[in-house]
Design a protein around this ligand. Structure first.
Ligand SMILES: Cc1cc2nc3c(=O)[nH]c(=O)nc-3n(C[C@H](O)[C@H](O)[C@H](O)COP(=O)(O)OP(=O)(O)OC[C@H]3O[C@@H](n4cnc5c(N)ncnc54)[C@H](O)[C@@H]3O)c2cc1C
Length: 386
């Protein structure tokens, strides 16, 4: 398609990756975010190989490898510290052709901002509405500014207002039934082996550590709780209570984390949407498909979206609205499947049906890695760069 002007709303990992891909395609790109200073919500993220492949294709392979942790093994342990299963991730890497990279979110955002040029992101720009005609689409901001281009990408996250424009009605986010705490700590062998992803399971809860760049662990804890449960003190106090009696490394992790730098999030997703596109407006990332983090795929899907959207524009010439429909066709089922699989997994992990969770614990004790790696590979290999 001829030189397009693309307006992107939201400079999270989805919006920034789209901006980089669209600019490489030769399009004029403007990107806006409501915040005064970009700071990612959350501490770390696991970028599975499908996301990493897109970043490689955009020329960011060396950069992501530099900020990524070296995750060689994966272990599940019982809450009291007995190993249920421990296996190498190498068969997965060999099968899909690229290792996954757990990263700190700040490092990832900085990497994407450096690639696009931080000064090119227009901050302090809260989009309040989107309009379109047959020829153009316009983002309208709270201070009255307008940005018009050939299309608008709504990469404005899980609380997207552009989603309301596309669907014609607001979407209700669905509570996934559990609270997640996450943060970063210095990596330390007394917590976990430095190149393993370690997950303690029991009582429908999890405590986990993953190596990220800079010799740190990204940690998270999950506890099923009623919606809107008030915090019982700071993160250390709450976690000491919920994980009382768990293995020594879990206790040490709770002691070493910094409560003021630990996030507490009630996990939500949204039902798969009937459409991701309206005319010249496309939803991308969490705006189009917020998913529970139980497959570690939400951000990876935003990155896949960026690649697919750019490519339908590059490779077809029946107009923007036609290309966006092709984007929707390519992405709707893929992302719906991820939402539903992640939800099912969240329910299993967090004891929605306690017998299923008990069965999962029993299965983990019989696992040699084959079934787990095969399930992860299946998701990765359905990505656009396979
Ligand atoms: C606890 C947890 C763990 C996770 N772990 C993983 C993982 O391991 N792997 C993985 O791939 N994914 C993971 N995810 C999912 C991942 O974080 C999201 O899918 C990803 O951040 C989505 O990126 P995005 O760019 O679509 O949205 P966001 O990152 O939310 O960015 C949206 C941007 O839009 C801006 N914005 C919002 N509204 C407006 C507006 N009106 N006007 C202008 N700007 C606006 C915001 O300021 C923000 O910068 C996890 C999520 C959670 C909650």
């Amino acid at each position: 398609m001829d030189k397009l002007k693309v307006i992107i709303v939201g400079a999270g990992m989805g919006g920034l990756t789209t901006a980089i891909a669209m600019r490489q395609a030769g399009y004029d790109v403007e990107i806006y975010d409501r915040v005064r200073q970009l700071r990612p919500a959350g501490a770390g993220i696991s970028l599975w190989s499908n996301g990493v492949k897109v970043l490689n294709r955009l020329g960011l392979g060396a950069e992501i490898a530099q900020i990524g942790g070296t995750m060689q093994r994966m272990s599940y342990l019982s809450k009291t510290g007995e190993t249920l299963t421990d296996f190498s991730l190498q068969p997965l890497i060999d099968r899909v052709g690229q290792r996954p990279y757990p990263v700190s979110r700040t490092d990832l955002q900085q990497m994407l901002l450096t690639a696009f040029g931080a000064k090119n992101v227009q901050l302090n720009s809260q989009c309040i509405a989107v309009e379109q005609t047959e020829e153009s689409a316009t983002a309208i901001f709270a201070d009255g500014r307008r940005a018009t281009g050939d299309m608008v990408v709504g990469a404005d996250g899980t609380h997207s207002i552009i989603r309301t424009t596309v669907l014609g009605q607001p979407t209700i986010r669905r509570y996934a039934g559990y609270v997640n705490w996450n943060g970063l700590v210095e990596a330390n062998q007394s917590l976990a082996p430095k190149q393993s992803w370690v997950i303690y399971v029991g009582d429908h809860q999890r405590a986990s550590m993953m190596p990220v760049g800079g010799d740190r662990f990204y940690f998270f804890f999950d506890v099923p709780l009623p919606k809107g449960s008030e915090p019982k003190g700071d993160a250390q106090e709450e976690l000491s209570c919920y994980f009382k009696g768990w293995a020594e490394p879990v206790q040490r992790l709770i002691q070493q984390l910094k409560p003021t730098q630990t996030n507490r999030v009630e996990i939500h997703d949204i039902e798969p949407l009937p459409t991701l596109v309206r005319g010249r407006v496309a939803l991308l990332g969490d705006a189009g498909h917020s998913t529970a983090p139980d497959l570690g795929q939400g951000g990876c899907q935003a990155i896949e979206d960026a690649w697919v959207l750019t490519n339908v524009l590059l490779t077809t010439n029946l107009g923007v609205a036609d290309a966006l429909k092709r984007y929707e066709t390519a992405r709707r089922d893929r992302t719906a499947e991820i939402i539903l699989k992640a939800r099912k997994r969240a329910d299993m992990i967090h004891g929605k049906m306690p017998e299923a969770t008990q069965q999962w614990y029993a299965d983990l004790a019989q696992e040699d890695g084959t079934a787990i790696l095969s399930a992860i590979a299946k998701i990765i290999l359905k990505g656009p760069l396979n």
